[in-house]
Design a protein around this ligand. Structure first.
Ligand SMILES: NC(=O)c1ccc[n+]([C@@H]2O[C@H](COP(=O)([O-])OP(=O)(O)OC[C@H]3O[C@@H](n4cnc5c(N)ncnc54)[C@H](O)[C@@H]3O)[C@@H](O)[C@H]2O)c1
Length: 374
């Protein structure tokens, strides 16, 4: 054994001698590649979070620090940004103390800042929670204007600072169009690296079908959320399965529910939670964000698809307008890439609903682009 090796490389060399002595005949680069791939500890993942002091941020931070998002052997560095307001800064001090006290061995470092350029520095993943909330009596155009200025700023900070392979998830509403705006201001990052959150709607649909059928959640697979994360979204169970059988045959007695009240319940679930809690969903949103990023980076479960709002380029196979952020069933391949599930048969009922949510996204895009131009 080479005397210059010590520590982990030496350990690797001993394994190689025992299990694969032939490999010493190959180039030294092959050893190095093996060492880099399997032995070397992973580099910590830098996760930038905007609006980190809000209620989703508070629910999300422990999930990231605990390894739920990237796995139990992956260290993380959290780089959070929020507004330069005294109360927010004080809140972040407290959250920082809680993270220090929370015993999170995977949490290498926490940076809380009011500067998006600092938060996105070398970021591998960006989670964009911070957005302007709709206030009573506010026009859609005014809301859009406020959000465009936020997502323009975030897009520019991503462009200037983030890793060129950074994966960006937009959660702040209107999530799909905010995501589109953000991607416009980060032109050097591939469009496929941007997505908006519809996993919460996906999880809701899956959960309600499981409850109706009286089965455990994991037995329900392949529901779909099409379109916008709004009340026009189309929660579709036509291709869903319970224990491998079509949802519509297992719930044959509930066809009317599946085509009516179920769809409406998922579309309006966010509003129902606000009514009950007097605050929007945070725990379930944080969980859905964790699921979304986990599957995007690590891979979706074999034989299953998930819902993600992704950029349309006219090749989705369902005739959706080019250049939107539209939610589709996707399979994540585990290397940070995804493919839209193609070729699902679409009946007239589904087609109408997919078109209605597409129309809303086209309108939102037109409004956004008009504001951007002025
Ligand atoms: N897509 C989804 O499924 C989904 C689900 C739930 C909530 N949401 C949306 O997620 C967003 C966050 O929800 P929340 O409950 O955490 O809201 P929240 O109001 O509790 O927190 C938002 C945080 O963003 C910060 N913020 C606002 N503008 C900012 C800016 N320009 N830069 C940095 N920080 C900024 C605020 O100071 C606040 O701390 C909302 O827009 C909400 O509607 C989306």
């Amino acid at each position: 054994m080479c005397s210059c090796l010590s520590g982990i490389p030496a350990l690797y060399e001993s394994f190689r001698q025992i299990f694969n002595p032939e490999s010493s005949k190959g180039s030294p680069n092959a050893h190095e590649a093996y060492y880099n791939r399997f032995i070397q500890p992973k580099k910590p993942i830098r996760v930038a979070i905007t609006g980190v002091a809000g209620q989703i941020g508070y629910a999300l931070l422990p999930m990231i620090a605990n390894g739920d998002m990237f796995g139990p052997d992956q260290e993380v560095i959290i780089q959070g940004v929020d507004l330069p307001i005294d109360q927010v800064k004080e809140n972040l001090k407290g959250i920082n103390m809680e993270l220090e006290d929370g015993y999170y061995p995977l949490l290498k470092r926490v940076i809380f800042t009011t500067d998006p350029n600092v938060a996105f520095k070398d970021a591998d993943v960006g989670i964009l929670l911070g957005a302007f909330p709709r206030k009573q009596g506010m026009e859609r155009k005014d809301l859009m204007e406020k959000n465009i200025s936020i997502f323009k700023q975030m897009g520019s900070a991503i462009e200037a600072n983030a890793s060129k392979d950074c994966k960006i998830l937009v959660v702040g509403n209107p999530a799909n169009t905010n995501c589109l705006v953000c991607s416009t201001y980060a032109p050097s990052i591939p469009k496929a690296n941007f997505s908006a959150l519809t996993r919460l709607d996906h999880n809701r649909a899956r959960g309600q079908v499981a409850l109706k059928a009286g089965v455990n959640l994991e037995r329900v697979k392949n529901v779909i959320i099409w379109g916008n994360h709004s009340s026009t979204q189309y929660p579709d169970v036509c291709h869903g399965q319970i224990d491998g059988k079509p949802v519509e045959s297992v719930l044959a007695g509930d066809k009317a529910w599946l085509k009516g009240p179920f769809i409406e319940m998922i579309q309006k679930r966010g509003a129902a939670i606000i009514n009950a809690r007097k605050a929007s969903s945070a725990l379930s949103a944080a969980r859905a964000i964790t699921n979304h990023i986990h599957d995007w980076i690590v891979g979706s479960a074999p034989g299953e698809w998930v819902s993600m709002a992704v950029h349309t380029d006219g090749t989705d196979g369902y005739g959706i307008e080019k250049g939107l952020m539209y939610s589709f069933p996707v399979v994540c391949k585990g290397n940070g890439s995804w493919d839209i599930v193609k070729g699902l048969p679409i009946d007239g009922f589904s087609r109408d609903k997919m078109k209605a949510t597409e129309s809303e996204l086209i309108e939102e895009r037109e409004l956004a682009m008009e504001i951007v131009k002025n």
